[in-house]
Design a binder for this molecule. Structure first.
Ligand SMILES: [Zn+2]
Length: 87
């Protein structure tokens, strides 16, 4: 049983949750509700990119990495709040 993989993302214009096919991540997509444009992005892939960057400039980037993890945490917390509100 194969199914399409979606990334759930909030529309910045109307605030609804959009299911975006992972193949559209990194591209500009149009919200089906308000027709607003947004860039599809997966938080997990951002984290992966940050980790890769850190391995290249380990010590110099360590401080920045910590900060970006902080941002990531607060982002996922607000994402969780949005999810709870919509349930
Ligand atoms: Zn929208």
């Amino acid at each position: 049983m194969s199914s399409a993989v979606y990334s759930v993302q909030e529309c910045p214009t109307c605030g609804r949750q959009l299911q975006i096919r992972v193949e559209y991540l990194g591209r500009t997509v149009v919200c089906q509700h308000c027709r607003g444009r947004l860039t599809a992005s997966d938080p997990a892939s951002h984290r992966y990119a940050a980790t890769r960057q850190a391995s290249e400039e380990l010590l110099r980037r360590a401080d920045e990495l910590l900060r970006s993890v902080d941002e990531d945490l607060s982002r996922s917390r607000s994402y969780d709040e949005i999810r709870r509100l919509s349930l």
